[in-house]
Design a protein around this ligand. Structure first.
Ligand SMILES: Cc1cc2nc3c(=O)[nH]c(=O)nc-3n(C[C@H](O)[C@H](O)[C@H](O)COP(=O)(O)O)c2cc1C
Length: 231
Protein backbone atom coordinates (compact mmCIF):
# COMPACT_ATOMS: atom_id res chain seq x y z
CA UNK A 1 0.00 0.00 0.00
CA UNK A 2 1.36 3.40 -0.86
CA UNK A 3 1.30 5.97 1.86
CA UNK A 4 1.68 9.68 1.24
CA UNK A 5 2.88 12.53 3.35
CA UNK A 6 1.75 16.12 3.37
CA UNK A 7 3.52 18.81 1.38
CA UNK A 8 3.66 22.53 1.78
CA UNK A 9 1.21 23.28 -1.06
CA UNK A 10 -1.44 21.05 0.56
CA UNK A 11 -0.79 22.65 3.89
CA UNK A 12 -1.17 26.16 2.47
CA UNK A 13 -4.76 25.38 1.50
CA UNK A 14 -5.72 24.64 5.10
CA UNK A 15 -6.69 27.25 7.65
CA UNK A 16 -4.60 27.60 10.76
CA UNK A 17 -5.83 25.49 13.64
CA UNK A 18 -7.40 27.72 16.23
CA UNK A 19 -7.88 25.99 19.57
CA UNK A 20 -11.43 26.18 20.84
CA UNK A 21 -11.96 27.82 24.23
CA UNK A 22 -11.95 25.38 27.15
CA UNK A 23 -15.74 25.62 27.56
CA UNK A 24 -16.23 24.41 24.00
CA UNK A 25 -13.89 21.50 24.68
CA UNK A 26 -15.86 20.16 27.62
CA UNK A 27 -17.47 16.74 27.20
CA UNK A 28 -18.62 15.12 25.01
CA UNK A 29 -15.04 14.26 24.26
CA UNK A 30 -15.20 10.52 24.11
CA UNK A 31 -17.21 9.37 21.15
CA UNK A 32 -17.36 10.59 17.61
CA UNK A 33 -20.50 9.38 15.86
CA UNK A 34 -19.63 7.00 13.11
CA UNK A 35 -21.35 5.60 10.12
CA UNK A 36 -22.23 1.96 10.56
CA UNK A 37 -21.37 -1.55 11.64
CA UNK A 38 -18.69 -2.10 8.99
CA UNK A 39 -16.84 1.05 9.87
CA UNK A 40 -13.37 0.53 11.30
CA UNK A 41 -13.28 1.44 14.97
CA UNK A 42 -10.23 3.45 15.93
CA UNK A 43 -9.19 4.24 19.50
CA UNK A 44 -7.27 7.42 20.22
CA UNK A 45 -5.27 6.43 23.29
CA UNK A 46 -4.21 9.36 25.45
CA UNK A 47 -0.90 8.26 26.90
CA UNK A 48 -0.22 10.81 29.58
CA UNK A 49 -1.88 11.07 32.98
CA UNK A 50 0.26 13.79 34.56
CA UNK A 51 -1.60 16.62 36.34
CA UNK A 52 -1.38 19.61 34.00
CA UNK A 53 -0.61 17.35 31.06
CA UNK A 54 -0.57 18.81 27.55
CA UNK A 55 -1.72 15.49 26.19
CA UNK A 56 -5.40 16.23 26.70
CA UNK A 57 -5.20 19.20 24.31
CA UNK A 58 -3.46 17.04 21.74
CA UNK A 59 -6.01 14.26 22.05
CA UNK A 60 -8.89 16.73 21.75
CA UNK A 61 -7.32 18.15 18.58
CA UNK A 62 -7.08 14.64 17.13
CA UNK A 63 -10.68 13.90 18.08
CA UNK A 64 -11.92 17.23 16.70
CA UNK A 65 -10.41 16.40 13.34
CA UNK A 66 -11.55 12.76 13.45
CA UNK A 67 -15.10 14.03 13.97
CA UNK A 68 -15.15 15.17 10.33
CA UNK A 69 -14.38 11.74 8.92
CA UNK A 70 -17.19 9.55 7.71
CA UNK A 71 -15.10 6.43 7.03
CA UNK A 72 -14.37 5.35 10.61
CA UNK A 73 -15.59 5.61 14.18
CA UNK A 74 -13.23 7.16 16.71
CA UNK A 75 -13.28 6.92 20.48
CA UNK A 76 -10.99 8.50 23.02
CA UNK A 77 -9.43 6.14 25.54
CA UNK A 78 -7.89 8.24 28.29
CA UNK A 79 -5.49 6.18 30.40
CA UNK A 80 -6.46 8.34 33.36
CA UNK A 81 -9.80 6.51 33.23
CA UNK A 82 -8.05 3.12 33.34
CA UNK A 83 -5.78 3.18 36.39
CA UNK A 84 -3.96 -0.08 35.80
CA UNK A 85 -1.40 -1.03 38.46
CA UNK A 86 2.15 -1.82 37.42
CA UNK A 87 1.85 -5.04 35.44
CA UNK A 88 0.72 -7.66 37.93
CA UNK A 89 -0.25 -10.62 35.74
CA UNK A 90 1.54 -13.85 36.70
CA UNK A 91 1.75 -15.11 33.11
CA UNK A 92 3.10 -13.38 30.01
CA UNK A 93 0.23 -11.77 28.10
CA UNK A 94 0.89 -13.72 24.89
CA UNK A 95 -0.34 -16.80 26.76
CA UNK A 96 -3.77 -15.22 26.83
CA UNK A 97 -4.54 -16.27 30.39
CA UNK A 98 -5.41 -12.96 31.97
CA UNK A 99 -6.22 -13.50 35.64
CA UNK A 100 -7.01 -10.10 37.07
CA UNK A 101 -10.35 -8.37 36.57
CA UNK A 102 -8.64 -5.12 35.58
CA UNK A 103 -6.68 -6.96 32.88
CA UNK A 104 -9.79 -8.66 31.51
CA UNK A 105 -11.59 -5.32 31.43
CA UNK A 106 -8.66 -3.63 29.67
CA UNK A 107 -8.45 -6.52 27.18
CA UNK A 108 -12.15 -6.09 26.42
CA UNK A 109 -11.62 -2.38 25.77
CA UNK A 110 -8.68 -2.88 23.41
CA UNK A 111 -10.35 -5.83 21.73
CA UNK A 112 -13.20 -3.61 20.56
CA UNK A 113 -10.98 -1.67 18.15
CA UNK A 114 -9.52 -2.26 14.70
CA UNK A 115 -6.80 0.36 14.91
CA UNK A 116 -5.16 2.83 17.23
CA UNK A 117 -3.78 6.33 17.36
CA UNK A 118 -1.37 6.65 20.25
CA UNK A 119 -1.05 10.18 21.61
CA UNK A 120 2.27 10.15 23.41
CA UNK A 121 4.52 12.62 25.15
CA UNK A 122 8.26 12.12 25.04
CA UNK A 123 9.63 11.24 28.45
CA UNK A 124 13.38 10.61 28.60
CA UNK A 125 13.58 9.89 24.89
CA UNK A 126 10.78 7.34 24.95
CA UNK A 127 7.05 7.04 25.44
CA UNK A 128 5.46 7.44 28.86
CA UNK A 129 5.67 4.69 31.44
CA UNK A 130 1.90 4.65 31.83
CA UNK A 131 1.37 4.00 28.13
CA UNK A 132 4.04 1.30 27.98
CA UNK A 133 2.50 -0.41 31.00
CA UNK A 134 -0.98 -0.30 29.44
CA UNK A 135 0.39 -1.73 26.19
CA UNK A 136 2.27 -4.51 28.00
CA UNK A 137 -0.85 -5.74 29.80
CA UNK A 138 -2.41 -7.52 26.80
CA UNK A 139 -1.22 -9.13 23.60
CA UNK A 140 -3.74 -10.76 21.24
CA UNK A 141 -5.97 -7.70 21.45
CA UNK A 142 -3.29 -5.64 19.65
CA UNK A 143 -2.45 -8.25 16.98
CA UNK A 144 -3.06 -7.60 13.30
CA UNK A 145 -4.26 -4.07 13.88
CA UNK A 146 -2.93 -0.77 12.61
CA UNK A 147 -1.34 1.94 14.69
CA UNK A 148 -0.32 5.54 14.24
CA UNK A 149 1.37 8.00 16.56
CA UNK A 150 0.79 11.63 17.41
CA UNK A 151 3.75 12.66 19.53
CA UNK A 152 4.83 15.88 21.18
CA UNK A 153 7.91 17.14 22.92
CA UNK A 154 10.87 19.44 22.51
CA UNK A 155 11.86 17.59 19.33
CA UNK A 156 8.31 16.64 18.37
CA UNK A 157 8.37 13.54 20.53
CA UNK A 158 9.85 11.64 17.61
CA UNK A 159 11.97 9.38 19.78
CA UNK A 160 8.85 8.30 21.65
CA UNK A 161 7.13 7.67 18.32
CA UNK A 162 10.00 5.55 17.03
CA UNK A 163 10.06 3.49 20.22
CA UNK A 164 6.34 2.87 19.82
CA UNK A 165 6.96 1.56 16.30
CA UNK A 166 9.45 -0.98 17.70
CA UNK A 167 6.97 -2.05 20.37
CA UNK A 168 4.24 -2.34 17.74
CA UNK A 169 6.36 -4.79 15.75
CA UNK A 170 6.53 -7.18 18.68
CA UNK A 171 2.77 -6.93 19.09
CA UNK A 172 2.15 -7.76 15.41
CA UNK A 173 0.77 -4.32 14.71
CA UNK A 174 1.25 -2.42 11.46
CA UNK A 175 2.62 1.08 11.93
CA UNK A 176 1.66 3.64 9.31
CA UNK A 177 4.21 5.93 7.77
CA UNK A 178 3.01 9.35 8.86
CA UNK A 179 3.83 10.49 12.39
CA UNK A 180 2.36 13.78 13.53
CA UNK A 181 5.16 15.28 15.62
CA UNK A 182 4.20 18.41 17.53
CA UNK A 183 7.00 20.66 18.74
CA UNK A 184 6.72 22.30 22.12
CA UNK A 185 8.56 25.27 20.55
CA UNK A 186 6.48 25.86 17.43
CA UNK A 187 3.14 24.06 17.89
CA UNK A 188 2.35 25.36 21.38
CA UNK A 189 2.03 28.96 22.55
CA UNK A 190 4.26 29.56 25.58
CA UNK A 191 4.87 25.80 25.74
CA UNK A 192 1.37 25.40 27.14
CA UNK A 193 -1.41 26.11 24.61
CA UNK A 194 -1.72 23.91 21.55
CA UNK A 195 -1.59 25.92 18.34
CA UNK A 196 -0.37 23.53 15.64
CA UNK A 197 1.09 24.81 12.39
CA UNK A 198 -1.23 24.38 9.42
CA UNK A 199 0.86 21.58 7.94
CA UNK A 200 0.30 19.55 11.11
CA UNK A 201 -3.42 19.53 10.43
CA UNK A 202 -2.74 18.18 6.94
CA UNK A 203 -0.35 15.59 8.35
CA UNK A 204 -2.99 14.48 10.85
CA UNK A 205 -5.53 14.05 8.07
CA UNK A 206 -3.04 11.98 6.07
CA UNK A 207 -2.23 9.88 9.11
CA UNK A 208 -5.90 9.24 9.92
CA UNK A 209 -6.47 8.10 6.36
CA UNK A 210 -3.56 5.68 6.62
CA UNK A 211 -4.61 4.14 9.92
CA UNK A 212 -8.17 3.70 8.68
CA UNK A 213 -7.00 2.07 5.42
CA UNK A 214 -4.61 -0.30 7.17
CA UNK A 215 -7.17 -1.18 9.84
CA UNK A 216 -9.51 -2.25 7.04
CA UNK A 217 -6.80 -4.02 5.08
CA UNK A 218 -5.85 -6.17 8.08
CA UNK A 219 -9.43 -7.26 8.79
CA UNK A 220 -9.15 -10.57 6.84
CA UNK A 221 -6.03 -11.49 8.81
CA UNK A 222 -7.80 -10.76 12.09
CA UNK A 223 -10.69 -12.95 11.04
CA UNK A 224 -8.43 -15.86 10.09
CA UNK A 225 -6.50 -15.59 13.34
CA UNK A 226 -9.62 -15.37 15.48
CA UNK A 227 -11.18 -18.33 13.67
CA UNK A 228 -8.04 -20.41 14.29
CA UNK A 229 -8.10 -19.49 17.99
CA UNK A 230 -11.70 -20.70 18.28
CA UNK A 231 -10.81 -24.15 16.91
C1 LIG B 1 9.63 12.78 33.08
C2 LIG B 1 9.75 13.70 31.88
C3 LIG B 1 10.72 13.47 30.95
C4 LIG B 1 10.81 14.27 29.83
N1 LIG B 1 11.74 13.97 28.88
C5 LIG B 1 11.72 14.62 27.72
C6 LIG B 1 12.59 14.23 26.66
O1 LIG B 1 13.36 13.31 26.75
N2 LIG B 1 12.51 14.90 25.48
C7 LIG B 1 11.63 15.93 25.30
O2 LIG B 1 11.59 16.48 24.20
N3 LIG B 1 10.81 16.33 26.28
C8 LIG B 1 10.82 15.71 27.47
N4 LIG B 1 9.98 16.08 28.47
C9 LIG B 1 9.07 17.20 28.24
C10 LIG B 1 7.69 16.65 27.83
O3 LIG B 1 7.70 16.14 26.52
C11 LIG B 1 6.67 17.75 27.97
O4 LIG B 1 6.69 18.22 29.31
C12 LIG B 1 5.28 17.27 27.62
O5 LIG B 1 4.38 18.33 27.84
C13 LIG B 1 4.90 16.10 28.48
O6 LIG B 1 3.61 15.63 28.13
P1 LIG B 1 2.37 15.80 29.14
O7 LIG B 1 2.30 17.30 29.44
O8 LIG B 1 1.18 15.34 28.40
O9 LIG B 1 2.70 15.02 30.37
C14 LIG B 1 9.91 15.34 29.63
C15 LIG B 1 8.93 15.57 30.60
C16 LIG B 1 8.83 14.76 31.70
C17 LIG B 1 7.74 15.00 32.70
Amino acid sequence: MTATTSNSSDAAALPDYVPAPPSALAPPLNEVPGGGEDMPRIAVILGSTRPGRLGDQVARWVMDQARHRTDAEFELIDLADYPLPHLDEPLPPNMGAYQNAHTQEWAAVIGRFDGFVFVTPEYNHSTSGVLKNAIDYVYAEWNNKAMAVVSYGAAGGTRAAEHLRLIAGELQMADVRTNVALSLFTDFRDFSELAPAAYQTQALETMLGQVIAWSQALAPLRHVTQAAQRR
